[in-house]
Write a protein that binds this ligand. Structure first.
Ligand code: ATP
Length: 351
């Protein structure tokens, strides 16, 4: 039988459907990929409640190993039971695979009305340290302590990653949000390394610092004054959601976590237990994350066809939004499945 191009170029990707709305939005991505002819073969693994329910660990070693060996994964939101001694699945994955850089592009979308119509921000979050290092202990009865970890290695690494990203993407400016006026050593190290990387290697990219509370105020007054935001772990988590609010909410912000040779794509939102199983979740943030993944595959594996499929899907969802086909979180009336069908009808049909 003739070995067609389509048969040869099937890229393996680990898919973790996740918990809550995870299976619904994963199903949407699978349908869209199938309709768009994405040259991707999903290998499914579990984590979170889905793994526990099958009698496995909350983060099975086999899942981490598959993510590591395949190198590319698409991950739905995973729930970690609180107060039962489990380490967060998300934190566990990022630490085990050393996925140190989280990238969240936050852009206004035509057809999604918000206070601002020209938001174009990139949030870059350090993913492995800070308070999310998870070093907590009970000092004595009724007194607990959490340790905020910062190392010059990780601070330097994320600063370098951010400036390199800015250069490749021709972005103009990086702003570090910090609280070094209070956390002089930990946040102090974060900005010291960012300053060094800027001075030594990337003097042509503008660099500024903002104390995070004032920075958040400026962000909601006029997001256009920022370009790339660089933050340590906890600040990055919080500010990502704030930025999502500027463009329509958690249903429209994708994300990626990068290490040196492994990448994991996931939406910024969580498992949204309040709407799980109702068929009303917005699958767009996860679909957008899968588009980022296709573009990554196109670059890494030098497969142009992935870039073309990514463009077609992006054009499809842009057309849906512009024509008013939206889920409830964006003021529309479509279910997850109906939005997915409308997107499929419009694949690659942007005017
Ligand atoms: P985490 O701590 O894991 O980030 P969370 O509990 O803070 O999770 P989410 O699960 O992201 O938050 O949900 C926050 C709110 O946003 C919920 O009301 C949820 O229903 C809503 N939401 C999140 N994602 C979506 C989505 N894809 N579509 C519609 N609503 C969503």
């Amino acid at each position: 039988m003739e070995d067609t191009n389509a048969q040869r170029m099937q890229h393996e990707v680990v898919l973790i459907k996740g918990d809550g709305i995870g299976p619904e939005i994963s199903d949407a991505v699978k349908k869209v990929f199938h309709a768009a002819g994405a040259p991707v073969k999903f290998i499914e693994h579990d984590a979170g409640m889905a793994a526990l329910d099958k009698g496995d660990d909350v983060l099975p070693e086999s899942t981490v190993e598959a993510m590591r060996s395949v190198g590319i994964s698409l991950k739905g939101p995973c729930t970690t039971p609180i107060g039962k001694g489990f380490t967060s699945v998300n934190v566990g994955i990022r630490k085990s695979l050393n996925l140190y850089a989280a990238l969240r592009p936050v852009r206004s979308l035509e057809g999604v009305k918000t206070r601002f119509d020209d938001v174009d921000l990139i949030v870059i979050r350090e993913n492995t340290e800070g308070l999310y290092a998870g070093i907590e202990n009970e000092v004595t009865d009724g007194v607990v302590a959490s340790m905020k970890v910062a190392t010059n290695k990780a601070c330097h690494r994320i600063a370098h990653w951010a400036f390199r990203y800015a250069t490749h993407r021709q972005r103009q400016k990086i702003t570090v949000f910090h609280k070094a006026n209070i956390m002089k050593l930990s946040d102090g190290l974060f900005i010291k390394e960012a300053r060094n990387v800027h001075h030594q290697d990337y003097p042509n990219i503008k660099y500024e610092e903002a104390i995070i509370d004032a920075g958040c105020m400026r962000l909601v007054q006029n997001p256009g004054q920022f370009d790339i935001l660089l933050l340590e772990n906890l600040y990055g988590d919080v500010v990502s959601d704030l930025c999502a609010g500027l463009v329509g909410g958690l249903g429209v912000v994708p994300g990626a976590n990068y290490g040196d040779s492994v990448a994991c794509f996931e939406a910024v939102h969580g498992s949204a237990p309040d709407i799980a199983g109702k068929g009303i979740a917005n699958p767009l943030a996860f679909i957008m994350s899968s588009v980022m993944m296709l573009n990554y595959i196109a670059d890494e594996k030098r497969d142009e066809s992935c870039g073309k499929v990514a463009d077609a899907i992006r054009q499809g969802y842009n057309a849906c939004l512009r024509e008013g086909f939206k889920t409830g979180d964006l003021g529309g009336e479509l279910s997850t499945a109906d939005f997915t069908q409308e997107l499929i009808k419009r694949l690659g049909k942007e005017a």
